[in-house]
Design a protein around this ligand. Structure first.
Ligand code: WTA
Length: 669
């Protein structure tokens, strides 16, 4: 078995041509980025267009210490620019007009595939920016987007950025309740969606779902004025044999077809010059209280950081073909399907489908088809694909690959090695990138030409990022050891606030340890200084790379009229990383039966989304509580694992509930 001691050096052929080709070089840049961040990022900024240049004296201003006043982070104050202009117009002007920005690959291999050049992308974005303007969308307005992985999605995002509207994308796997809640919270003016899409053999009727969400938002007291709908279903293959086409529900004067709106629009639109710290987008992430947090990113800093992390961490060179499998609905898709690659004039593959359709070799087929050079995916996908062995991989030529990336959760050494051996053929670098919606881009990651790799370690900080490990009382853990992972100075891509709630921003991320941004993750530093992310230290769990809070799920479960109390913990899962294990105390005189279990699962699906579906729902006549009424979750985690080694339970109000919980465990599947 691989151990922490196994070290895999980068392939010399990769190091030779890399932007950063040794640890010495990495350290030189890294030190400069900490000692003189202004100078470092000013150099990066030179490649972009600034309508008003930055004042070097005000390049970075911040307060990270809550005890000294409100938290604030400002990069390049006084500068103005437009991110869409930098991603598209600038690249076209630099001669990349005919370069492919995206190869689009549909859910079905026989679906039309489409290549979109930078010039064409710019035209489409301008036309859609004009559509938005005609519908009254102005600088600062919020636009919700709920779309499948189709090219209209980046077009819509960039059109928002062009006119200064703030996009708020909701992953299209979220339920209508979740969408409604998010549209209400950001007071969206417009919603952009598609009639539907196929996911493998399953049709998703997105517009119908949006209608429910629009109605719910209305009930909550907010009217979303317009809904623009891409007609997607008709242009792709119906993947289920018994499929019957459905009518798309429609509301006159509110709903508009994308293609009809685009028909007469000019393919040019003057960009809105934005202040460096004007909002670019918001993206909701789960919060430990259960209410989602609207993480807000701004313009200049995000551009610098997305562009630099993309270029350096994937070592992207002109001519390379980059593929990030993440859905744009998550931060990984924002930064590494859209903003990072386009800022570098890169060519990417955008994929609508799943790794398993029509067969379990789809990822490898797509890599082969487009001759992908950098492949960025999630550990959960690797673990799911490992199960099919090497045969599906061997059907395809993967020799073009140079860099393999992993994101979303810790990658276990077994999955790392499989990725390294069978996909990378022992010649690719693996970048295990640790970051968060909040960090905007990679913060702890190997650099492909430089970092000797240890399977399972995210290794070292990216430029500008200063990690510290703290113990519970806020004392720094130096050298080897484990603690809370925090950062002590701002990097350009970090979040600036939570939409409409700066107080929650300060209390969530800056109050536990004054002077530090707190990630909510734990980490361990080994004898060689490598960082190993150990997972969340709060009540959050990570199912297949999707972060959610136990409180969020508990509040859904207790909505059920037969439920008195619910407690949710995470349990390790071979493919998903973690899964949900729920304990339910029914109301007095209610019974716990299979019907209740299936109703509860359905409720979670409806309220949050299918990815949040619990694996186990167990009867808990009583929950293990301390005398002050706090649920002892570590005991529940032991019950979920069927591990009788529960430790000290002397502070429990009633110790006998523990035995009862073990007796009530459903048989493990
Ligand atoms: C986890 C995803 C270990 C972590 C970009 C973090 C990871 C949360 C890694 C953020 C990694 C992400 N190793 N853990 N390489 N990458 N995580 O906001 O717990 O969806 O806090 O952003 O995922 O999830 P989010």
């Amino acid at each position: 078995m691989p151990s922490e001691k196994s070290i895999y050096n980068p392939n010399p052929a990769i190091s030779r041509d890399a932007y950063i080709s040794s640890m010495a070089e990495y350290r030189k840049f890294y030190e400069e980025s900490l000692e003189n961040p202004e100078e470092f990022w000013m150099r990066v900024a030179k490649q972009f267009h600034w309508e008003t240049p930055a004042d070097p004296k005000k390049f970075l201003q911040y307060n990270f210490n809550i005890s000294k006043g409100p938290i604030s982070i400002k990069w390049m104050e006084g500068a103005s620019t437009n991110i869409c202009y930098n991603l598209l117009d600038r690249n076209v002007r630099n001669g990349l007009g005919d370069t492919i920005a995206y190869y689009w690959e549909g859910n079905h291999p026989d679906d039309y595939s489409r290549g979109l050049t930078y010039r064409k992308l710019l035209e489409e974005v301008c036309r859609f920016a004009n559509v938005l303007k005609d519908h009254g969308v102005k600088k600062g307005d919020r636009v919700s987007i709920y779309m499948p992985m189709i090219l209209e999605l980046p077009i819509a995002m960039l059109a928002c950025a062009r006119i200064g509207a703030v996009h708020s994308i909701v992953f299209a796997g979220f339920s209508s309740d979740s969408l409604a809640e998010r549209m209400f919270d950001c007071q969206a003016k417009v919603l952009i969606t598609a009639d539907g899409a196929w996911r493998g053999e399953k049709p998703l009727y997105l517009k119908a779902l949006c209608d429910v969400a629009l109605e719910k938002a209305e009930e909550m007291g907010h009217t979303v004025e317009k809904c623009i709908v891409v007609s997607h279903l008709k242009r792709v293959t119906a993947c289920a044999e018994d499929h019957v086409e459905q009518d798309i529900p429609w509301t006159e004067d509110r709903d508009f077809w994308w293609h009809e709106e685009m028909e007469d629009k000019e393919p040019a639109c003057y960009p809105e010059w934005m202040e460096a710290e004007d909002p670019l987008f918001m993206l909701y992430t789960s919060g430990s209280t259960g209410k989602p947090k609207g993480v807000l990113h701004t313009t200049a800093g995000y551009l610098l950081y997305a562009a630099t992390t993309f270029k350096i961490v994937f070592d992207y060179k002109p001519g390379d073909i980059f593929w990030c499998t993440a859905d744009i609905g998550w931060i990984t898709g924002h930064t590494y399907v859209v903003y990072g690659p386009l800022a570098n004039g890169a060519t990417s593959v955008m994929f609508e489908g799943t790794p398993f359709y029509p067969d379990n070799d789809r990822f490898w087929a797509v890599i082969d088809k487009y001759k992908v050079t950098q492949f960025y995916t999630a550990p959960t996908a690797i673990r799911a694909l490992m199960k099919f062995g090497e045969a599906p991989v061997l059907k395809h030529n993967l020799n073009g690959l140079k860099v393999l990336g992993s994101v979303g959760e810790p990658i276990n050494p077994e999955a790392w090695l499989w990725f390294y051996r069978y996909i990378g053929k022992e010649k690719c670098s693996i970048v295990d990138t640790f970051w968060q919606t909040e960090t905007g881009g990679h913060v702890i990651t190997p650099i492909p030409g430089a970092t000797p790799m240890k399977p399972g370690s995210a290794s070292f900080p990216f430029f500008g990022v200063k990690p510290t490990l703290l113990d519970e009382s806020g004392v720094e853990v130096k050298g080897e050891g484990e603690g809370y992972l925090v950062f002590s100075q701002p990097w350009p891509g970090m979040m600036r606030t939570l939409f409409g709630n700066h107080e929650r921003f300060e209390s969530t991320y800056f109050s536990k340890f004054p002077g530090f941004y707190c990630t909510g993750d734990g980490a361990r530093r080994d004898a060689d200084g490598y960082l190993w992310i150990t997972g969340r230290v709060d009540d959050m769990l990570n199912v297949s790379g999707h972060l959610m809070s136990t409180a969020e799920v508990e509040s859904v479960l207790t909505e059920h009229h037969r439920v008195a109390e619910a407690a949710v913990v995470s349990r390790p899962h071979a493919v998903k990383g973690e899964c949900l294990y729920c304990f339910i105390t029914p109301n007095e005189n209610e019974t716990f039966d299979a019907k209740l279990v299936s109703e509860l699962k359905k409720l979670v699906r409806e309220r949050i989304g299918p990815f949040a579906m619990p694996d186990v729902v167990q009867h808990a006549p009583g929950l293990p509580k301390t005398r002050s009424g706090k649920i002892m979750r570590r005991v529940l985690r032991k019950v979920a694992l069927n591990d009788r080694n529960v430790g000290d339970i002397s502070t429990l109000a009633d110790e006998s509930v523990v035995d009862q919980l073990f007796k009530n465990r459903p048989a493990d599947k």
